[in-house]
Design a protein around this ligand. Structure first.
Ligand SMILES: Nc1ncnc2c1ncn2[C@@H]1O[C@H](COP(=O)(O)OP(=O)(O)OP(=O)(O)O)[C@@H](O)[C@H]1O
Length: 682
């Protein structure tokens, strides 16, 4: 197994679920819609959804017009197409937004695509809320361009306080004043044109409960559809492109169609090892309004599923996909094939992931499942960006479903949401470390972690300029629109657009889930403390400062049927890459290879986390020793006191080193076993 520097802390997830498609907020955003999907069904051309696994091949089209070449597209200028595509560029990028003007004139779409990072990690800090202010908590996050510093208050052994700084660098760091519109521009907007060029892109958010995942993610799919449809009706007019939407959830390892009465779906692999979701309904859409209705419907279905209510959806991953298809001859006479895809993933319930020490069995199972998703996700991203032959998508159901998104031309945008307050420092650091880990997986990152470069052992990282977003300020004026009118999510109203295309919604049998990807995650490992509900309660109170308009529906915490979770693991083993070694199976005892891999990944994470902790603690101890020496030099110091303190310190050091050595030796043994198998398999 190729080694890497990856390390995700085992973050206890202390959040409630992140449901950025929550119906209540959605309805408030876009106005409550009385129309149900039934209406959609009635009014539009929906066919019953049957799945022909092979009718919608995932093969990409041989040629897609090079629309950006030479700045003209079928007589339409590039500038024209850009101006409507990016109607929200901002004159003011000083609020935590990095200057991304490096990429000025793209001469080709390929160049454009190359300039959009494969993995982009963005951090968003939310404002302090009323409760935090009332508790006199401090804002411990400072941001300077794409640099972020956590000022963590700590106590020495002698109980004196000091501030430890943890510095991070990400592709973009957005402060509390940054609007959702700007978040979109920084994250999803740059990848939208790429999905017309055969790219599969995924956006997901993670972070502690109440850190702003829902607030951040909820508006993105609609905004993206708006831009996609604009491109289709302008730049790519009459080229046979079609937009499809699907929305499903993974709950307890099973798939449910959120746009088809939560019908249970079945995941299969075809002969070409393509992942197919049998029965998944895809709806052809040509109006943003219609997509809103579908999302609303999906959210409602998710929260009122047959076996439960909100708490169930809080334990599910919701995946909304926007697919661009095109018929081979550019007309609609032939079946459309997938060109590109944009996935928005709500990895819910992640707050339970770190709480593997919880006494409740159900909670432990869920936590383990979520940890598994996070680890598997990270591993897939790592493999993806390093063009590794083996992509461990089987590490979790989520990554398995998203398999196609980890191959080919893909883009991943991670949004790490963080709370600013001192009371959240541990969660915040965990979130940032995970983000940092994912970012450091990218081979595109030129800057490497230099653990000793900082006097205080920085947490972070990487790469200035490794993957900044591509903005073309040549067109900035045209792209800019300013509106004082903002909706509840902070979006400015978009400028007047072209007349909407006729409302057409075709229900299409799809059957194939061609790719996509990526999960929203959240990680927040926190040991020893049961995070979550209390934090949640606090975080959900009103904010002061900027008027926050988003209402949230509280998610209650109920228990789900254990059997459902157990029933989950659909263990069809078809990974041809994991082979047997001679006559000896990969794992003795008939154990599941996926489980072995997962266990190994978990051990790796544990080891790196333990190492990190050990280094940090060592630094603390060294400080203690220095203080002790200073004290020892003082006249009249107590020798007894010095000796006993030194003894304690040395014992602590020895114990920690011994513990880490044991863990390392254990991991090396496991690694050796695994390496044999993988190398033989390849
Ligand atoms: N950047 C922001 N600006 C203004 N308000 C925000 C921002 N981020 C979050 N909020 C507000 O903070 C509260 C919590 O945010 P949100 O529900 O998005 O958190 P979450 O991470 O999704 O939580 P959970 O994991 O519990 O679902 C909401 O009331 C939201 O409106």
């Amino acid at each position: 197994m190729p080694r890497s520097n990856s390390a995700v802390h085992h973050h206890r997830q202390s959040s409630d679920n992140a449901r950025w498609f929550h119906p209540s907020t959605f309805a408030q955003e876009f106005g409550a819609r009385s129309s149900s999907l039934r209406k959609i069904d009635d009014d539009r051309f929906l066919t019953s959804g049957l799945l022909d696994l092979h009718s919608f091949d995932t093969e990409l089209l041989p040629e897609v017009s090079n629309v950006f070449t030479n700045g003209t597209v079928h007589g339409q200028s590039y500038e024209d197409s850009e101006s409507f595509l990016s109607g929200n560029k901002f004159a003011n990028r000083s609020r935590g937004l990095p200057e991304n003007h490096a990429l000025k004139n793209f001469s080709t779409d390929k160049e454009r695509a190359n300039n959009v990072a494969k993995i982009k990690v963005v951090v968003r800090k939310r404002p302090m809320n009323k409760k935090e202010i009332a508790k006199k908590e401090e804002d411990i996050i400072t941001i300077d361009s794409n640099y972020l510093t956590v000022h963590e208050r700590k106590l020495k052994v002698d109980l004196t306080e000091y501030v430890e700084k943890h510095e991070f660098v990400f592709d973009a760091v957005l402060n509390e004043d940054v609007s959702n519109e700007e978040v979109y521009a920084e994250t999803v907007e740059p990848v939208v044109p790429l999905i017309f060029q055969r790219t599969k892109a995924t956006c997901f958010a993670y972070g502690q409960t109440g850190s702003g995942k829902t607030y951040t993610m909820q508006p993105l799919p609609l905004k993206a559809s708006q831009d996609i449809l604009s491109l289709m009706h302008r730049t790519y007019r009459n080229q046979g492109f079609q937009l499809f939407v699907s929305f499903f959830e993974i709950y307890g390892g099973k798939l449910f169609d959120l746009l088809n009465d939560r019908k249970k779906l079945c995941m299969r692999e075809d002969g070409k090892q393509q992942v197919c979701i049998v029965g998944l309904q895809e709806y052809r859409v040509s109006k943003v309004e219609t997509i809103k209705e579908f999302i609303e419907k999906g959210n409602a279905t998710r929260s009122t599923g047959t076996t439960g209510a909100n708490e169930e959806s809080s334990r599910s991953h919701a995946i909304l996909q926007l697919c661009i298809k095109r018929s081979a001859d550019g007309t609609e006479s032939k079946p459309a094939r997938l060109v590109g895809k944009l996935s928005f993933i709500d990895l819910a319930g992640s707050e339970r992931g770190a709480d593997t020490t919880d006494n409740d069995k159900q909670t432990r199972i869920e936590g383990a499942e979520i940890n598994k998703s996070l680890l598997a996700l990270k591993e897939c991203i790592r493999a993806l960006d390093n063009d590794q032959g083996h992509i461990p998508f089987r590490g979790s159901k989520l990554t398995e479903v998203l398999r196609d998104s980890f191959v080919g031309d893909s883009r991943t945008v991670m949004i790490s949401c963080i709370s600013p307050s001192s009371g959240s420092s541990e969660h915040t650091l965990n979130t940032l470390r995970y983000a940092d880990r994912v970012k450091s997986l990218s081979k595109g990152n030129s800057s490497k972690r230099d653990p000793l470069s900082s006097s205080n052992l920085r947490d972070s990282t990487v790469l200035p300029g490794s993957s900044s977003l591509s903005y073309d300020d040549t067109f900035e004026d045209e792209m800019t629109y300013v509106s004082s009118e903002r909706n509840r999510f902070g979006w400015s109203k978009p400028p007047e657009r072209e007349p909407s295309p006729p409302t057409v919604v075709d229900r299409v049998p799809s059957g194939r889930m061609d790719g996509n990807l990526a999960p929203s995650v959240y990680l927040d490992p926190q040991k020893g403390k049961k995070g979550g509900q209390n934090d949640k309660a606090e975080n959900e109170t009103d904010y002061q400062g900027p008027p926050y308009e988003q209402d949230r529906t509280r998610k209650t915490s109920k228990r789900v049927d254990t059997n459902q979770l157990y029933a989950v693991q659909d263990k069809r083993k078809i990974d041809s890459r994991v082979k047997h070694v001679g006559s000896q199976p990969f794992e003795a005892n008939n154990s599941d290879p996926d489980d072995d891999l997962n266990a190994l990944l978990k051990e790796e994470e544990d080891l790196v986390t333990a190492h990190r902790r050990q280094v940090e603690e060592t630094m603390d101890i060294v400080r203690e020793e220095m203080n002790l020496l200073v004290e020892a030099d003082q006249p009249g110091n107590q020798l007894d006191d010095y000796i006993s303190k030194l003894n304690i310190i040395l014992s602590q050091k020895a114990a920690r080193i011994f513990q880490l050595q044991t863990q390392l030796a254990q991991f090396q043994r496991r690694l050796n076993e695994y390496n044999v198998v993988i190398s033989s398999g390849n």
